[in-house]
Ligand binder design. Sequence first.
Ligand code: ZN
Length: 905
Amino acid sequence: MSGTSATDTHPLRSETASVATDDINDAPGSPIIADFQDSMGEDSATNGESSQAMDELDYGESGDEDSPLLQQPQPKRGRRFFQNGFFGQRASSPSYSEADTADSATEADLLLPSPSETSSVRLISRGRWGTFLIRLATYMAIGIFFILGWKLVFLPRTTLRRDLARLRHFQMSLPDLERALFRVPDPNSIREWSNYYTSGVHLAGTNLSQAQWTADKFTEYGIKTEIVPYYTYLNYPKDHGLRLLGINETVKYEASLEEDPLPEDPTSMRADRVPTFHGYSANGNVTGQYVYVNYGRQKDFDILEQHGVSVTGRIVIARYGGLFRGLIVKGAQERGAVGVLMYTDPGDDGNVTIYNHYKSYPDGPARNPSSVQRGSVQFLSVTPGDPTTPGWPSTQFAERTDPYNSIPSIPSLPVSYRDMIPILSELNGMGFNPNDIGEDWRGGLREFDYSSGPSTNSLNMFNLQEYKTTPIWNTIGRIDGIIKDEVVIIGNHRDAWVVGGAGDPNSGSAVLIELARAFGELKKQGWKPLRSIILASWDGEEYGLLGSTEWGEDLAKFLGAKAMAYLNVDVAVSGPHLDVSASPLLTTIFKDVAKRVAHPSGGYVYDHWFTDSNAHVGSLGSGSDYTVFLDHLGIPSIDFGFGGDSNDAVYHYHSNYDSSAWMNRYGDPSWEFHATMVKIWGLLVLQLSEVEVIQFDVEEYARSLVSYFRRIQEKIGEIATDNAEPTSTSSWMDSGVYSCPDKDGSLIRECTYIDREAAADVDLPDFELGWWYIASSLHNCTNALENLMKTAAKFEEKSSYVRAEYLTDYPWFKSYKKMRLYVQIQELNSRYMKFERKFLYAQGLDDREWFKHIVFAPGIWTGYAGATFPGLDEALDARDIRNTKKWLDIITNAVNDASALIDID
Ligand SMILES: [Zn+2]
């Protein structure tokens, strides 16, 4: 129906009616409506207007007075419901009185002024219903508002932590989890796991069943698990020999190259025990004079050279203890030696020696004289991992390269000190003895005087290894967290040099299984970690960190983006003293954990650690599976375990006597230290995985950088002083590049001298030239570090504020604060995640580009021990001024990037 025709035909049309009224009043008359008009009068008419107005408000047909819908109030869906449904019936209740209606009218009038005194009967009738409805709606609105308000006022104030826990359907707090975790570790079950691992040969690539057993255990504890193989190049021992030759090549003495089978130590008796050998040693049969080189450090070789003792063409004999064994071979090889023998001198065993009246194992805690330290002679500080795939994963059909950049080309053998005594005794009085070249050349044996040689008699050494490319097996378990993009990884290697390996590595393996069991228990209680957790049981660590390195290279992209931290345990227990090395980001959190775990001999772990070493945290070098994570991928890492000191039972590292028998008698008779390791490792995981704001300490990192840099500055000072001496021709000069000050000394101008004569024309001491060249870089680096200290302090301040807010109760009407807080947490976390990565340098360290971290790397000539600012440190050692400047600038850039990352307001 159109508006115009309706208006024309309406019988009750009034002169005074407005356009709007015309439109509304066009409905055909009705007797019922007429009755209402009589009884209700003007007020009702007014109410009719209100009703119309309300209809408009309710249904959103606002303002359009020409709307056809208003011309004939055809109920729409909602309207019909309102009129005929539950509310409509209530509106017709007889209890409503005239007075009620009048009141409603008044209220409605306040809302909308009455447009006219005249209205139609139909409107009046509708108005009455409308009155009910408005009133009802109003009361109901007030009621609902009141009830809601009441509820909201008494709604509990909550923390963001609690809100998120509710959202994630997980209500156990960290203390709940901690208590549940601490209930699990059981020394007896840990011993059982250890007995399993130490009951059969598990050299790298020889024991798939142990990888499978580990996977089965993880699966049993509800952890998704897979076995990941890599195909690595490695060697297995076939044959060896060592003979001291007399006149006319007669055999004067033949070394046993065997560890004594001991009835008290069943694994040492096994027929399938692993021969003594070196991983990656070269095959060879060499004969020559021999030289004792102390620890085989670079400085030891230098001293010999200075005294005119050459190792070229000779066999080198070194004692273990100064540096990673592969680097002894590297040093010897580079100086022309043809073979290397290594033995463990009891003088390096601390106070527990037969000379101090201790009995030797198995009768006492001193070293068994026949014990031999096996081990890898890979050049660990150059490239770890499979030597044929440096930097890429050893998948089955991977491209391979010549391995000799990182493994030796001369043979080497490990020997017991008992086997070595007749050989080194031959050198008595030959060459130089410790009186001439330094007391630190003297070991603990009394049978000879530690003369350097060379010998007059020759040694013949023979080494036969079978080399092959063979699968190794990592067992990888995964507990998916709520946050999938942040992953905490824990790892321990499974392979050992010997049938036993109760300390290295299977104390760690047993602890790992027990920790998996603990995680299984937590899962049973409904635990789903906030961040994902990966558990790794590596194979091939002993040869050169094979399993972890290949996996890290394989998953570099994933790990680079998502790995939050790597927590390594190699030897979990070989004594009672805690040893910790870590990225400075993790030191604070580790100390916090150590303060909450009870120590087997009373008090807390931290107390004993503090007494032992002032709670010292070392810097990470290499020698275990954290290497790829920290040094190659920039993932904050930690390595820890309980070891012995100079007054504890001698740990027979990489020997047949690293066995269950030794562990039960000397290492950890109660197995309580193992259980303690489960708690420390587990709590560290929870502290990292369950706490919303990542608990890294960038301030500690900045402080550490400053202290490392101070060492560098001291070194520069020493070099400058050395070079100032007139006798020392300039080492700085050897690089050929100098900066020299202008005449007034105010400008730094780079100039290159072609030869020494030209350089000599400059009448400044050489060290000043060098100083001038690096002065501005040194200055920039110092400034960058100072700035990092400031931004780091600010960042940690912000972080502790956010941490506190996270645990602060807020009422519901301040939810926006919690939302903002949530965003802040994400922002902080993403910066924490990226921080350590800022110290990666894509091109890597000089001559060993696999190592990308500019702050931490194994010392190029130490291997185990960490070097700090290795690129810079090595440039200084080489007296290479150009490279010194290069590394100063690289460090400055990285430090500035790190500052920019954490510079937030
Ligand atoms: Zn190990």
